[in-house]
Design a protein around this ligand. Sequence first.
Ligand code: DP6
Length: 324
Amino acid sequence: MSTAIAHPNIALIKYWGKRDDELILPLTGSLSLTLDVFPTTTTVTLAPDSAVDEVLFDGAPAGAAERIVAFLDLVRGLAGSTTRARVHTRNSVPTGAGLASSASGFAALAVAAASAYGLALDDAALSRLARRGSGSACRSIVGGTAIWHAGSDDDSSFAEPVAGPDLGMVIAVVDAAAKPISSRQAMRRTIETSPYLPAWVSSTEADLAAMQQAFARGDVTAIGELTESNALRMHAAIMAARPPVRYLAPQSIALFDTAARLRADGLEAYATADAGPNVVFLCRGADVDAVRDAVAADPAAGIAPDRLVAAHAGPGAHLVEGAA
Ligand code: DP6
């Protein structure tokens, strides 16, 4: 029996688009912060007497377990095993918050399954394995800030730590009126139909290079400006797909305005958003509580204090039970 814990990560430079759907090789590199909130805990137990994999979420049979079974098949292939497994995943995300993360889920599963099947993998190999479950999961293998190198093949596409200033985040949980389509589907549609895709790819490559320089300088202002702009460019490319996909809600836009107001008042905070209406404020680690309080106090943001979650840099995915 092997148990692993992993945390979600939020990208400062986004991953949006694959050049290989099977291997999950991205069109560009990306860069993220792994958080210390909303951990996923996953236990993998080998079940030699079972003819099928059993997948439980918070103790109940999982509805859509195909991706997890496909991932276990990959691990079995590496281990030369045909033994089935029991997977039990517990998420700490408040239900309905729209924050259930495939990144923490597949990072925890990669670490627990590799251990259960007796694979001795280093961090780069674990990151490559997690990537096959969900691209962004390769970054949750790494604690704190991580860069996912796009790479040229399976071997060279993985995440590793990147040194930089202490950063924090405040997550604003926005209610979604309509259920958006999955990021996997929307990514494909963006590639197939958005005329802005080539500009997204070329400008993200430039943003990533500039971001690495900003990290090396410890330049939080440049890091924040690149983060906010890169997120808006991603959403612009997505919105330009046909049929259009729009993840940002009116309140999401209002929260981007809040970030600008905080900056005008001398508190550095920058907004970003993934494939959903939630907005995440990036700031200095030391400013997290001040940013949370300032967002809560902005009437135009219209967000209740209990929907703001303060987060700092968190650990990479790790075993808590079982052999490495
Ligand atoms: C907007 O990693 O969930 O959060 O590889 O298809 O599983 P798949 O996609 P996923 O996409 C994450 C997209 C994003 C940006 C990011 O995290 O970089």
